[in-house]
Design a protein around this ligand. Structure first.
Ligand code: MN
Length: 345
């Protein structure tokens, strides 16, 4: 996994052990991700939203793509679509994703890099594997997290943060048994590079077989841990969980996660995303690529999208061969928000 790794964990700043007397957060629940098809038909595992959307607040959705070894011609993306009212955060562990947007911007996210896109008032974009990956095939492993914006920030202008793999803050567990890549926010007094609109912490941790990660966690944050690979145990009750499962924690001062001493050879360590944030606690109306506070605002978003008020697809982006290799165009300019489903790339 080319997400950032280091040769000498013990040279990194250490996360403090949890102090005695602090309350370790109990496990409130373990959720197995549902599998669905997105975009042009790529498979994602989605641990949330689920029936209990509120446990994720301020997060809205998590899509885990791969790890998958694409055959030539198999890699698929999400053609042009709008977003309004929240942020999409794309972290690529293996492989690459290109994007282009209605402001004329674009970028390339690969091998441990994160793109933090604030859709805010509205933007159109596409998210597609680069032509080389479509043609040759290859390993693809990434996640997209949707972060809600409070009412006061839903109309903020769109913005990007490109967080390179080398920019993440690297931290080690107290005994060097885990590597934490802090992408955004603050953990135990250490800051990640990502700037967030509301208080959030977002990190990827590799916990080596048989090791234990202890993390002080802000009391006013929710706490979620999602397993990208491997098997582990959560909390002092040592609740088992593994790849494709989300652990939601209850209240307390810190989070404890252990990697099982024996892991699969395919995934020799427990790989987890750590997610925490201050709940926004506002009504959420979630409709396809729009997340607002009221139904009226959703209707307005659909009207604004169809009227072109979220931007236009830049004409310079009609280079189908570059975007889609030999598969031909897959862009439908009339495609609107899916009326039925919540979510989407
Ligand atoms: Mn998108």
């Amino acid at each position: 996994m080319p997400a950032v790794t280091v040769d000498n964990l013990l040279a990194l700043p250490r996360l403090a052990r949890l102090p005695g007397g602090g309350r370790v957060r109990p496990v409130a629940g373990v959720v197995t991700a549902r599998v669905s098809l997105e975009g042009e038909g790529f498979q994602v595992r989605r641990p949330f939203p689920g029936p209990e959307l509120a446990i994720a607040d301020p997060f809205l959705l998590l899509d885990h793509i791969g790890a998958v070894e694409y055959a030539p011609g198999e890699a698929k993306g999400a053609p042009w679509h709008p977003h309004r009212g929240f942020e999409t955060v794309t972290y690529m562990i293996d492989g690459a994703l290109e994007h282009h947007d209605s402001t004329g911007g674009g970028g390339y996210i690969a091998d441990g890099a994160t793109q933090w896109m604030t859709a805010g008032a509205g933007i159109l974009h596409d998210e597609v594997p680069p032509a080389w990956l479509v043609q040759k095939g290859g390993l693809f492993h990434g996640v997209q997290l949707w972060v809600n914006l409070p009412a006061a920030l839903k109309w903020t202008p769109p913005r990007y943060q490109d967080i390179g793999a080398k920019a993440v803050t690297l931290l080690a567990a107290f005994d060097g048994g885990a590597l934490v890549r802090l992408i955004a926010g603050e953990l135990d007094g250490h800051r990640g590079p990502g700037v967030t609109h509301t208080p959030i912490a977002y990190a990827h941790a590799t916990i080596y077989a048989g090791s234990r990660l202890e993390l002080a966690w802000p009391r006013h944050f929710n706490a979620l841990v999602y397993a990208l690979a491997g098997r582990g145990r959560a909390g002092e009750e040592r609740r088992p969980f593994g790849e494709g499962q989300l652990v939601a924690f209850g209240n307390g001062d810190g989070v404890v996660i252990e990697a099982e001493p024996v892991q699969d050879s395919r995934a020799p360590a427990l790989e987890v995303l750590l997610l925490g944030g201050q709940p926004i606690r506002e009504p959420v109306v979630f409709h396809g690529p729009f997340v607002m506070n009221t139904r009226q605002e959703i209707f307005q978003a659909i009207r604004d999208y169809h009227a072109g008020r979220m931007g236009q697809i830049p004409p310079t982006r009609f280079d189908f061969s570059r975007l889609h290799g030999d598969r031909g165009p897959a862009i439908d300019h009339e495609t609107g928000p899916d009326e039925e489903k919540a979510g989407g790339a």
